[in-house]
Design a protein around this ligand. Structure first.
Ligand code: ADP
Length: 342
């Protein structure tokens, strides 16, 4: 598909270049022909005048010397051949360059389409797993002859779990597409960083309580330019992971400080940690380390950090991670404090 689009684009480039080149060549050719004829006439007048001066008989002027049409024609043909040659070179060079340029133009689009296709394939794969499990459990249940209320309740509660997972996956997918499209930039405002952190901590508190995890926070009264809800989701995602990948009775900390014109937020845990070789992949969509995949009790689809990265990008910030397996992980976010009025 992209190869034929590249050929078509090259053909359009060539058509435009050759139209311009042929138009100019025609104008140049006509101009040169006119010049040759003018030169021929001027030359004959000059010869006639010289002959008159030699004879000195100005009363009976000599006839105008005849022109040499073959010489004129030959000059015109040479010009025509030269123009033809130049056009052929332009055709060849612009064909090659046009093909290269078409490649450069189409490559980002090709990458984007490939990326989208991979995203759709990964998303469909993730959606299919809970759907298949739902379908098969219902089918098995329907094949059974009788069912007591206890069995029905068990089936419904397991189905509800799958439905909840599907709901959270589709919500994550929608969020990711929203942030990838850069829509998060629309409602930028002054945001109190302390409020963002407080809200995020509040959201994850029930999960932390379940695992007897303590969250320590140290914030500052500073503002950044951004979208409050997106920034809250960002800190919530990091805290959520910190809780998921930490053992019971541990401590998680959220620190915030200002470094020049930057706000630094660090979310640190003392959980299972991430292998050094995986650190480069964790921000990719649908990436889950083998450890979190194999541990069935750790729910997730590998979208949390991809969403977090998009939010940070939309705020012109950076997110980095430091981790040691068995010791814990620290995510650090840098957000610029903008001094311009909104
Ligand atoms: P999910 O948590 O749903 O798997 P994320 O995108 O949030 O997806 O994280 C991607 C992967 O990064 C996780 O599967 C996990 O392996 C690793 N990870 C993220 N945060 C932490 C953390 N705080 N501690 C250990 N591993 C983490």
């Amino acid at each position: 598909m992209f190869h034929s689009a590249r050929i078509k684009l090259t053909a359009w480039y060539l058509l435009i270049i050759m139209l311009v080149s042929i138009t100019f060549s025609t104008i140049i050719y006509q101009g040169i022909v006119r010049e040759v004829e003018r030169f021929d006439r001027a030359q004959r007048v000059r010869i006639q005048r010289r002959l008159l001066e030699q004879t000195g008989d100005l009363q009976s002027p000599l006839p105008m010397p005849s022109s040499n049409p073959e010489l004129v024609k030959e000059a015109e043909q040479r010009v025509l051949a030269l123009l033809f040659f130049i056009n052929a070179i332009i055709l060849l060079v612009s064909g090659g360059l046009g093909y290269l340029l078409a490649g450069y133009t189409l490559n980002p689009i090709k990458k984007m389409v490939e990326d989208q296709n991979r995203f759709i394939a990964d998303a469909s794969h993730e959606l299919r797993t809970p759907l298949t499990s739902l379908k098969s459990s219902i089918e098995v249940f329907m094949r059974g002859k009788t069912a007591n209320p206890k069995e029905v309740k068990e089936l419904l509660s397991s189905n509800l779990e799958e439905v909840n997972q599907l709901e959270s996956l589709t919500a994550d997918l929608l969020q990711l597409t929203k942030y990838e499209a850069g829509n998060g930039k629309v409602h930028f405002d002054r945001v109190e960083i302390e409020t963002v952190i407080d809200k995020a901590v509040q959201r994850v508190q029930p999960l932390a309580v379940k695992k007897h995890i303590k969250i320590i926070k140290k914030t500052i009264k500073k503002q950044v330019i951004g979208e409050a809800e997106s920034l809250t989701k960002l800190i919530t995602a990091l805290l959520d992971n910190a809780i998921k990948y930490s053992s019971k009775n541990s401590t998680i900390s959220v620190f915030c400080k200002q470094i020049d014109s930057i706000i630094e937020i660090t979310v640190q845990d003392s959980g299972i940690g991430i292998d050094q070789k995986e650190l480069g992949d964790i921000f990719n969509r649908f990436y889950r380390s083998d450890k979190s995949r194999s541990k069935e009790n750790i729910a997730g689809y590998g979208l949390g950090l991809a969403i977090a990265k998009k939010i940070v990008d939309n705020h012109k910030g950076t997110i980095t991670v430091k981790s040691k397996v068995g010791h814990g992980t620290a995510f650090t976010i840098h957000l610029p404090i903008s001094h311009t009025r909104v």
